[in-house]
Design a binder for this molecule. Structure first.
Ligand code: ATP
Ligand code: MG
Length: 207
């Protein structure tokens, strides 16, 4: 069966994920590839509704368990409605955040049990896993500065929380070097883009 390619873009706030994913989408489309760009949480109607609940600064009473399950619910709908069908018909799916985000923001960030989150994640994603994950690694203060003043419910959290997120990401990358590519972002967008492009072209050539 023809199979597509699933590439996820991960990293802390302001690390340049959305910038780079848009650049590579344009590049791959220029080459004539069938590309689908989506973002998490969201990407389809139901998941975008859940996104609003998750990011709304007014929802101060939300507990950590509810937060995990809402992220997973949004993801489950996105995988079933869009990601699996797209991969089945051979598309290149570029996703701005995926399961690793929940592992680091809720697992490492809140200190929740990682194995439990992994298990709920496997159920929610029907075990759909990225072929490659690009991790944009940025020094925490610089990322928050780049992300700007308009902070959502998650971005508002403490500097220490965001530092745990960053080290969680680096830990995941260390544990799974076959899937992760860590990209340094203390340089210009064009230089970063050339590295992103090289990783994705390599991945495409392996298909
Ligand atoms: N290499 C770079 N150098 C300096 N600024 C950059 C670079 N790449 C992106 N930026 C800028 O940093 C800001 C954050 O970038 P971007 O929105 O792509 O990050 P993100 O990882 O998607 O953030 P978020 O997690 O908040 O969605 C934007 O204003 C963007 O223009
Ligand atoms: Mg973004």
């Amino acid at each position: 069966m023809k199979k597509g390619l699933f590439i996820t873009f991960e990293g802390s706030e302001g690390s340049g994920k959305s910038t780079q994913i848009a650049l590579i989408e344009t590049e791959l489309k220029k080459k004539g590839l069938d590309v689908l760009l989506i973002r998490e949480p969201g990407g389809v109607k139901i998941s975008e509704l859940i996104r609003k609940v998750l990011l709304d600064v007014k929802n101060t009473e939300m507990n950590n368990e509810c937060e995990v399950l809402l992220y997973m619910a949004a993801r489950a709908q996105l995988v079933g409605e869009v990601i699996r069908p797209a991969l089945a018909c051979g598309k290149v799916v570029l996703c701005d955040r995926f399961l690793d985000s929940t592992i680091v923001y809720q697992g490492y960030g809140h200190g929740m049990d990682l194995k439990t989150i992994q298990d709920i994640g496997a159920f929610s994603t029907q075990k759909v896993r990225p072929d490659m994950t690009l991790l944009f690694d940025i020094e925490t203060e610089e990322g928050l500065r780049r992300a700007g003043q308009n902070k959502d419910r998650i971005e508002q959290r403490s500097l220490d929380y965001h530092k745990r997120v960053r080290s969680g990401y680096l830990q995941l990358a260390k544990e799974d070097p076959g899937r992760f590519r860590v990209i340094r972002v203390d340089r210009g967008k064009e230089e970063i883009f050339q590295e992103v492009k090289a990783h994705i072209e390599h991945c495409l050539s392996q298909q």
